[in-house]
Ligand binder design. Structure first.
Ligand SMILES: *[C@@H]1O[C@H](CO)[C@@H](O)[C@H](O)[C@H]1NC(C)=O
Ligand SMILES: *[C@@H]1O[C@H](CO)[C@@H](O)[C@H](O)[C@H]1NC(C)=O
Length: 192
């Protein structure tokens, strides 16, 4: 899907994913309160300067997060590079060549590792970066629940199967959203 017309859809998806997540009761907005209090400032300042340099990056990060979350949840699996012995999700059809923003997440991870080594997951960084992108672009603020573990695996086949394509028809979209626990009503809200 084209980034410019998908921002509001993705914001709604994120909000719905956030609701789904919060029902698990495992995550906590204050997860890094004592172990890495700098996390909020690091992400916010990095995102604000990244978007000041390239406004489109905010939408790109939203899309990166959504493409992470539709494959085994928001576990950072989309960030994993292919190696000779490992195939990640980056070359899935909906991702290959169109995902952007990896270097911003890397940049934040580097700064966070300097401030509090070995504490903050990349999955949480991507989640906060996405919220801050939305806010920086003038969208709503929401509390982000934290404490995700980074995935050690990825699924190219699920990325190809779960993510909607730009040419997906209504029935395909409906079933792909349903597979994420999102109803037809949710999807209609997303399309507004
Ligand atoms: C990904 O895109 C590159 C560059 O367009 C292409 O060479 C490669 O075959 C694609 N990979 C897959 C798995 O489609
Ligand atoms: C929608 O797309 C799917 C997958 O390409 C196809 O199997 C299905 O027949 C299509 N449905 C309609 C109503 O066009």
């Amino acid at each position: 899907m084209a980034e410019h017309d998908s921002i509001s859809k993705v914001i709604t998806i994120l909000f719905l994913l956030f609701l789904l997540e919060s029902s698990s009761g495992q995550l906590d907005p204050n997860y890094y309160y004592s172990s890495c209090p700098q996390i909020s400032d690091i992400v916010k300042t990095t995102i604000e300067s990244a978007i000041a340099n390239d406004a489109r990056l905010g939408a790109s990060l939203l899309r990166l997060f959504f493409h992470d979350c539709f494959v085994n949840g928001c576990d950072g699996s989309v960030l994993l590079d292919d190696t000779p012995t490992f195939t990640g999700e980056k070359t899935a059809n909906p991702n290959n060549g169109s995902l952007r923003g990896f270097e911003v997440i890397d940049h934040i991870k580097q700064a966070v590792e300097e401030a509090c080594p070995g504490v903050v997951s990349c999955a949480d960084i991507l989640t906060i970066a996405t919220r801050d992108s939305v806010v920086t672009l003038g969208g709503p603020y929401w509390d982000v629940k934290l404490g995700r573990r980074d995935s050690k695996g990825a699924s190219l086949s699920k990325a190809n199967k779960n993510l909607p394509a730009s040419i997906s028809n209504l029935s395909t979209l409906t079933s792909k959203f349903a597979a994420q626990g999102l109803s037809l009503k949710d999807m209609v809200a997303v399309e507004k």
